[in-house]
Design a protein around this ligand. Structure first.
Ligand SMILES: NC(=O)C1=CN([C@@H]2O[C@H](COP(=O)(O)OP(=O)(O)OC[C@H]3O[C@@H](n4cnc5c(N)ncnc54)[C@H](OP(=O)(O)O)[C@@H]3O)[C@@H](O)[C@H]2O)C=CC1
Ligand SMILES: CCCCCCCCCCCCCCCC(=O)OCC(=O)COP(=O)(O)O
Length: 311
């Protein structure tokens, strides 16, 4: 036995241990940084993707600050999380809540101070809250165009700018925004929504470049359809609620899976993530590489939708 260990076995054991260590290092690098104990702020945490993000970050041991307009719905999420299981060995923390309306400029600065008071600092800001829109530009009030911009663009950037100085001071933090495939391509009858998401993409791309040297990453996530209440809550051209669960939304990705991808993007500090199937992905490339064809396809889509409405 001794002869075997001294001769052929020892190098074999050492090589196996080396390979195992290398494998564990690679797995850890792929998984990225842990969020255990990290202070993670999530806007729009009362439903849909925000609520699922709350679930996965909570399970991973993050200290959450959940934001939304409705205190009672946020408390329901806190209750649900208090009985939801931790991910493996992680210790979990009871979430805090901050209630405010992102579309009201004068509320955001005060809310940012309240958020900072929860733990004294924040590690990750996930700008998730948003509303959608359905309408023909010809019949859409300017007030609706502005309102969608307030919720989807001005609110998130105001919150980001209010929280950023504390991250810069600590030279630590991470800004995430949930945009959409419609931040990369514009589809007909979604003008307010697509414009707000294009503006979001542009702002956070600028921010990424401006703060990279401070070690604060910026992640823009652009999902395709997700099975949430987004279309039910969408506004129409006259400001009334659309109130329909579209087929595209109902057959979209599971919010849980998208939230898992958000956690992965945070751990890996990804810069730009598109979470979509082959058709939207090809459409994004087409918009840049063959715009004339893309515009024809969009015009044809608009005509078809118009005919459907007239039938
Ligand atoms: N579902 C989809 O197909 C897709 C969604 N997205 C994006 O994902 C994000 C989450 O949407 P989703 O979960 O789908 O939709 P939901 O309608 O389920 O959730 C939207 C969330 O935003 C919050 N919110 C809306 N308006 C405001 C406001 N003025 N101030 C503060 N919070 C507000 C709502 O909270 P409350 O009403 O309680 O205040 C709610 O929690 C959005 O940015 C959306 O654009 C991107 C691609 C596809
Ligand atoms: C394989 C050949 C493909 C050729 C490309 C044809 C172009 C087809 C257009 C595809 C359009 C995709 C739109 C996707 C939109 C989307 O995923 O939006 C996500 C949302 O934010 C949903 O919000 P909404 O309120 O609109 O439901």
């Amino acid at each position: 036995m001794e002869r075997i260990m001294g001769g052929g076995m020892l190098p074999l054991v050492l090589t196996s241990v080396g390979v195992l260590l290398l494998y564990r290092i690679l797995v850890r690098l792929r998984r990225g940084a842990s969020v255990h104990g990290a202070v993670v702020v999530i806007t729009g945490a009362s439903s849909g993707l925000g609520k699922e993000c709350a679930r996965v970050f909570h399970a991973a041991g993050a200290r959450l600050v959940l934001c939304g307009r409705d205190a009672a719905r946020l408390q329901e999420v806190v209750q649900e999380l208090s009985v939801s299981p931790a991910d493996g060995q992680s210790q979990t923390f009871a979430p805090r809540t901050v209630v405010f309306n992102l579309a009201k400029a004068d509320c955001v600065e005060k809310a940012a101070q309240e958020i900072l008071k929860c733990y004294g600092h924040i590690d990750v800001l996930i700008n998730n809250a948003g509303i959608s829109y359905r309408g023909n530009i010809l019949d859409t009030n300017m007030s609706v165009q502005r309102d969608v911009m307030e919720t989807n663009y001005f609110g998130p950037i105001a919150l980001t700018q209010a929280l950023l100085p504390s991250m810069v001071q600590r030279r630590s933090g991470h800004i995430v925004v949930i945009s959409s495939v419609q931040g990369k391509i514009a589809i007909p009858y979604r003008s307010a929504y697509a414009a707000s998401k294009h503006a979001t993409q542009a702002y956070f791309d600028c921010l990424r470049a401006e703060i990279e040297h401070l070690g604060i990453p910026v992640t823009v996530i652009s999902p395709g359809y997700i099975r949430t209440n987004l279309s039910l809550n969408a506004v129409t051209g006259d400001g009334s609620k659309y109130g329909v669960l579209d087929k595209t939304t109902a057959s979209g990705w599971e919010p849980r899976d998208v939230a898992g991808a958000v956690l992965k993007a945070v751990r890996q500090k990804s810069r730009d993530v598109v979470l979509a199937g082959p058709v939207p992905t090809v459409a994004i490339y087409l918009r840049t590489l063959w715009p004339a064809l893309f515009f024809k396809l969009m015009a044809s889509r608009a005509r078809k939708e118009q005919r459907r409405k007239e039938e």
